[in-house]
Write a protein that binds this ligand. Structure first.
Ligand code: DC
Length: 224
């Protein structure tokens, strides 16, 4: 297998599996860069919603993705001159992101941006297709999941904490729909990459999950 000199850890998994938290903390502990690829789809969705781009206009959506004026500064996400860190987390934006993520030209338009995050000393990338499509030669690949109930509850708490309205029944329905859409789409469907470690976090704390990722990484490095 060809390996890239800059190590990459990919963490893929369904919505609200906790992969964002785990990937972010693992990156911090290793001193690595962090790519939240879902944020790029959310930024494209937000930009399209703001500019009234029709959600069936694939060409215009791909243009939006290609010219995304986004910046990541620490934990803050900017779109042009606006801090959109909270705005991209709204449910409407997440749902729209999931819909436009089925479009091949939109996915293609975001590839270069994602590859650009690979920089020394290393990268932790989270998303749906990090290990299958974007970084197929990653040093370590993880498929992080949790039961739909555990994920709905986590999302519920997240939304309430951020001051957004939330309802468990709606969230469960939404997650199931989004899971089906993310895993049944023709291009880059959500599935474990070849050789990925499966990590079910339904009964784990985020810290336990991070420890497991770091242990796997230490083992891979030892054998490299
Ligand atoms: O991880 P998230 O909920 O922030 O992602 C939002 C949407 O973006 C998700 O429903 C599917 C899409 N997505 C994708 O298709 N590929 C990725 N690598 C990351 C996200």
């Amino acid at each position: 297998m060809q390996t890239h000199p800059i190590p990459v850890i990919t963490i893929d998994g369904p919505t609200a599996s906790g992969k964002g938290t785990v990937a972010h903390r693992a990156a911090q502990q290793l001193g690595f860069h962090y790519l939240d690829s879902g944020a790029l789809y959310r930024l494209t969705a937000l930009s399209a919603l703001r500019h009234n781009v029709a959600l069936n206009d694939e060409h215009a959506l791909a243009k939006t993705a290609e010219k995304l004026p986004c910046k990541f500064i620490g934990d803050q996400v900017w779109l042009a001159n606006e801090n959109v860190t909270s705005a991209i987390r709204a449910e409407e934006v997440g749902n729209t992101a999931s819909k436009i993520a089925v479009l091949p030209t939109v996915r293609h338009a975001l590839v270069g941006l994602q590859l650009g995050f690979r920089a020394p000393p290393g990268l932790v990338a989270d998303g749906r297709d990090m290990g299958t499509v974007i970084f197929p030669h990653a040093t370590l690949k993880i498929f992080l999941t949790a039961s739909v109930e555990a994920r709905a509850y986590r999302r519920y708490k997240q939304l309430i904490d951020k001051g957004f309205p939330a309802n468990m029944e709606d969230l469960l329905k939404d997650l199931r729909e989004r899971d089906t859409r993310d895993s049944s789409r023709a291009i880059a469907p959500l599935k474990p990459a070849e050789g990925a470690h499966i990590l079910d976090t339904s009964d784990m704390t985020a810290d336990q999950a991070v420890d497991q990722v770091l242990q796997w990484y230490a083992a891979v490095k030892k054998h490299a």
